[in-house]
Design a binder for this molecule. Structure first.
Ligand SMILES: [Zn+2]
Ligand SMILES: [Zn+2]
Length: 144
């Protein structure tokens, strides 16, 4: 049976669970992630859409479009407290990405790669042995 990990927003209105391992975990240092999370980078755990269950609460969605690629990104957040829980991206059909800071145990994930490192904060040091990309990264034409 798949391992289950759960999480939720800051106010507790939204709760979710994921089943199994993520397809990918990446740290994104792009300017958009820095601003949307009011932080230095985003930790993004990508799951198959079906592996994510919203157990409680409603998510509000807002769509953005990348200046650079023109592709859309839909952020899902708690309308009560504003915590970003997840997003879906045009580039990853069939997947749902969880904002990894919302897991009850954020330490269960292993980081696969750092992307958009060209705009990372100068005081962020990336550990040895992890893949680093100056810009985005698409492994295959399907974007998975
Ligand atoms: Zn909330
Ligand atoms: Zn980003």
């Amino acid at each position: 049976m798949d391992a289950i990990h759960s999480g939720g927003c800051a106010c507790g209105a939204v709760r979710y669970q994921v089943r199994g391992e993520p397809e990918l975990v990446q740290v994104c240092h792009c300017n958009f992630c820095q601003r949307r999370l009011a932080s230095a980078f985003a930790v993004i755990a990508v799951f198959a859409h079906d592996a994510v269950d919203i157990l409680q609460g409603q998510l509000t969605e807002r769509e953005y479009r990348s200046d650079e690629s023109g592709r859309w990104l839909r952020m899902s957040f708690c309308p009560q407290c504003g915590t970003t829980i997840a997003h879906t991206a045009q580039i990853r059909p069939g997947c749902r990405s969880i904002a990894a800071g919302t897991f009850d145990d954020p330490d269960w994930l292993k980081i696969d790669r750092h992307i958009w490192v060209r705009s990372k904060r100068p005081w962020v040091t990336i550990p040895e042995g992890v893949a680093v990309f100056q810009q985005g990264f698409v492994a295959s034409p399907t974007g998975t």
